[in-house]
Design a protein around this ligand. Structure first.
Ligand code: ATP
Ligand code: PAF
Ligand code: BAL
Length: 283
């Protein structure tokens, strides 16, 4: 595996891979890799002969009071995991390479980026859309893979790719979970042992709410019950528990079309997110 830090070297290395044929897949990450990331790498290998992974803790997607400084960085173990998984190029630009002196461009969109985490994390999705657009231009992959764990992020990237006519197929990968259902996430490392036990209330509350809604329980009642379960488990604040249109992410008051149940809440110093599909049988 080649570890590359400069754009010219990246472009040369990707051109060499492309000459071999079979296509190029990109898996953008912020490192501190776990089985969730490795699921994306495994899926990438099913779509292209060559897998490029980026590790870049993108400062522009962190708010002023968020955990940019504390965000886990594990370069050595990340490299080992990627080498073993068959990744051929690891793109790890420095912040100054990604955002050089004089940088002044932001990719921003309306709609899917505005509610949910867009409301809780002002500017977050501008940061995400901008860095992913840059990663797409730097690597020029045929396919790019993102996790459904960050469902709103996936929707933002799909929207951007369509709107800007970017020649990249965006592929979503199902959320990988721990044995007790908690979505794998780099930030789970922040949880104390006690908090880690309490955190399982998030997937459980969402699962129970999804089942209730499919059984005809009033949506507002089901969402309020889920919020109550999270509060009882120690989550505070609860940023949102919301049933949304699966594509537009607009809030839904009836189960009229394929939907997604999304939640974000803080447990101690750790903000956790999760989401589940809610698809009525007749849809
Ligand atoms: N449990 C998971 N299942 C599927 N995909 C995942 C999972 N965790 C992360 N991913 C995906 O991996 C990619 C890189 O995410 P990132 O590096 O931010 O890791 P993370 O675990 O999401 O970290 P964080 O704790 O900051 O949310 C994203 O597309 C993300 O959706
Ligand atoms: C997509 C991404 C790599 C952009 O920094 C990040 O938001 C992430 O890891 O989910
Ligand atoms: N995968 C999540 C990226 C973030 O929270 O910034």
């Amino acid at each position: 595996m080649q570890l590359i830090r400069e754009i010219d070297a990246l472009r040369d290395a990707v051109a060499t891979l492309r000459q071999e044929g079979g296509g190029v897949a990109l898996v953008p990450t912020m490192g501190a890799l776990h089985a969730g990331h490795m699921a994306l790498v495994a899926e990438a290998k099913r779509h292209a002969a060559h897998v490029v992974v980026s590790i870049f803790v993108n400062p522009t997607q962190f708010g002023p009071n968020e955990d940019l400084a504390a965000y886990p960085r594990r370069e050595a173990s990340d490299s080992r995991m990627l080498e073993e998984a068959g990744c051929e190029l690891l793109w790890t630009p420095a912040v100054e390479v990604m955002y050089p002196e004089g940088y002044a461009t932001t990719v921003s969109m309306a709609g899917v980026s505005e509610g949910l985490c867009g409301a809780s994390r002002p500017g977050h999705f501008d940061g995400v859309a901008t860095v992913v657009a840059k990663l797409f231009n730097q690597v020029r992959p045929d396919v790019a893979l993102f996790g459904e764990k960050d469902y709103q992020q996936l929707a933002v990237i799909r929207r951007m790719t369509r709107d800007l006519d970017l020649p990249v197929e965006v592929i979503g990968v199902p959320t990988q979970r721990d044995a007790d259902g908690l979505a794998l996430s780099s930030r789970n490392i922040y949880l104390s042992d006690e908090e880690r036990v309490a955190a399982r209330a998030l997937p459980r509350a969402l699962g129970e709410a999804a089942r209730a809604i499919l059984e005809g329980v009033d949506i507002d009642e089901a969402l309020a019950t889920a919020r109550g379960k999270l509060a009882a488990a120690g989550f505070d604040p609860i940023d949102y528990v919301q049933l949304c249109d699966a594509e537009t992410l607009q809030p839904l008051s009836s189960l009229s079309r394929p939907s997604r149940l999304l939640a974000a809440a803080r447990l101690g110093r750790t903000r956790l997110i999760d989401n589940l599909p809610v698809v009525p049988a007749h849809s």
